[in-house]
Design a protein around this ligand. Sequence first.
Ligand SMILES: CC(C)(COP(=O)(O)OP(=O)(O)OC[C@H]1O[C@@H](n2cnc3c(N)ncnc32)[C@H](O)[C@@H]1OP(=O)(O)O)[C@@H](O)C(=O)NCCC(=O)NCCS
Length: 187
Amino acid sequence: MSCIDDIEEPVVRYAPVGFLVREARQYWEREQAHALRRAVFCVEQGLFAGDDRDAIDDQAQLLVAMSCIGGMPDQVVGTVRIHSPAPGLWWGSRLAVHADFRSQGHLGATLIRLAVCMARAQGCRSFLAHVQAQNESLFRKLHWRSRERLDLHGRPHVEMEADLAAYPPCHDAVSGFVSRGRSAPCA
Ligand SMILES: CC(C)(COP(=O)(O)OP(=O)(O)OC[C@H]1O[C@@H](n2cnc3c(N)ncnc32)[C@H](O)[C@@H]1OP(=O)(O)O)[C@@H](O)C(=O)NCCC(=O)NCCS
């Protein structure tokens, strides 16, 4: 048996304990964010065939949540985009967290927080989203109110609006927010 045959998989793997949530800066961050969106909205949820990109992506600001190793961003595990179709009015959309990282580091909540705080720093007076109905209580917990129920892409959605008083302006979206993972080293 060669030495290589003796090498076993490590018995202890470490889950990331830190996440960086910020505006996407690098090409690989944008590419991984779009790949994650395809995995969630096309494959997992079947809302779109093949690709979920649309004309809004040409004007949107893209945010990413990244797991970190040794303090350095390693991979994109969450994303959302924001855009402003009219002065003062902002929309958030395509919020997605990788299935393996849900309910671990408040990544969805932190992406929502940065999205609204970034928009506020750019003159937002109203921040809206079409939220999938199963996520309405998550947004309510985060100080959003429901405005209208509607069907989009064949699924029930709720138009919701953020309470801007809960979201102070963030002028440094490139530094972003740090979120701590819930999990310790795991076997
Ligand atoms: C919805 C989604 C983005 C949430 O991301 P997440 O990282 O798991 O959420 P968080 O960990 O930040 O959640 C914050 C809190 O809300 C809870 N929560 C998460 N999803 C929830 C939901 N759908 N309803 C109620 N509570 C929810 C979490 O357990 C957590 O609770 P805690 O504060 O007691 O610990 C993620 O589940 C996802 O990507 N889903 C598939 C795509 C999707 O539905 N996108 C949104 C379209 S509107």
